[in-house]
Design a protein around this ligand. Structure first.
Ligand code: ADP
Length: 252
């Protein structure tokens, strides 16, 4: 079976300082369907948003963000597991930092655990360990972590479910005539230089970290698909029916 990684951004699973249980429920249902056809690994953000539903402290301050992530991570996992249990599935938590990918030993240990979980029908759920690393809190929202996970854990494809339905030739929130690109086989340096504003206060990733993730994957002969996490019809068609009806496919 082909191994794929699905990364879901904070915007997609949180709304108005709360978790969007409706979207989480839809996502989990979709993931359990995917698990019949693929080996699936989930990379999830939104621990900070989940923590904020329990404790109302300033979420702009870095140390508070770490505290909120520490509170929110187990809560987020419990929500995933509650939804997964409806489909007789369980999720297992893997907390990683970029440093783990620098160590062959650490990467191998994590891969062994993930392989074993997949063989047992468990959904591995990865997030950054925000107590010891803050890279993805500060910049990234797990975009680069999920690209490394794709490469090092033997997946062929990274799916990024975002608040945007694909990559556009210019910022769609600024330019009405921006056009979505169906396929991209090379990341232009000029795109990486674009200074862009991200969608909202929750996400820290923005399009640049997604392009960098795509660049790393293309260089390593892997694929990335960027699609909406609000409306799952595009990703469903792509993964379950082999049809591209939207989104952006980054492929050599
Ligand atoms: P997420 O929370 O899913 O990680 P972000 O909101 O951080 O996503 O980044 C995606 C946002 O980047 C889009 O909503 C859009 O406002 C902005 N953006 C800027 N330039 C582009 C572009 N060329 N194509 C697509 N999105 C862009």
């Amino acid at each position: 079976m082909q191994r794929i990684i699905i990364k879901v951004g904070s915007h997609v699973i949180s709304e108005d300082n709360a978790l969007s249980l409706k979207r989480l429920g839809n996502l989990v249902e979709f993931l359990t369907t995917l698990m019949k056809k693929y080996e699936v690994i989930l990379v999830t953000s939104a621990a900070i948003s989940a923590g904020y539903t329990k404790l109302n402290i300033d979420r702009k301050n870095l140390i508070n963000k770490q505290v909120l992530a520490a509170i929110g991570q187990p809560y987020l996992m419990s929500v995933y597991n509650e939804f997964l249990s409806k489909f007789n599935k369980i999720g297992g938590q893997i907390l990683l930092t970029a440093k783990d990918f620098d160590s062959r030993k650490a990467t191998k240990h994590a891969k062994n655990a993930i392989d074993a979980m997949i063989n047992l029908g468990i959904l591995p759920i990865i997030n950054e360990n925000d107590a010891t690393a803050i890279e993805e809190i500060v910049f990234g929202d797990n975009d680069s972590l999920s690209a490394y996970a794709t490469y090092y854990f033997g997946a062929n494809l990274l799916v990024i479910l975002s608040d945007i339905d694909g990559f556009y030739d210019k910022n769609p929130s600024e330019f009405k005539d921006a056009k979505r690109l169906d396929k991209v086989d090379k990341i232009l340096d000029s795109w990486l230089d674009m200074s862009v504003k991200t969608g909202s206060e929750h996400g820290t990733g923005g399009i640049i970290t997604k392009l960098k993730a795509a660049k790393f994957l293309l260089e390593n002969n892997k694929k990335m698909f960027l699609a909406s996490g609000f409306d799952l019809s595009v990703i469903k068609a792509f993964l379950l029916e082999n049809k591209q009806i939207g989104g952006t496919l980054f492929e050599n």
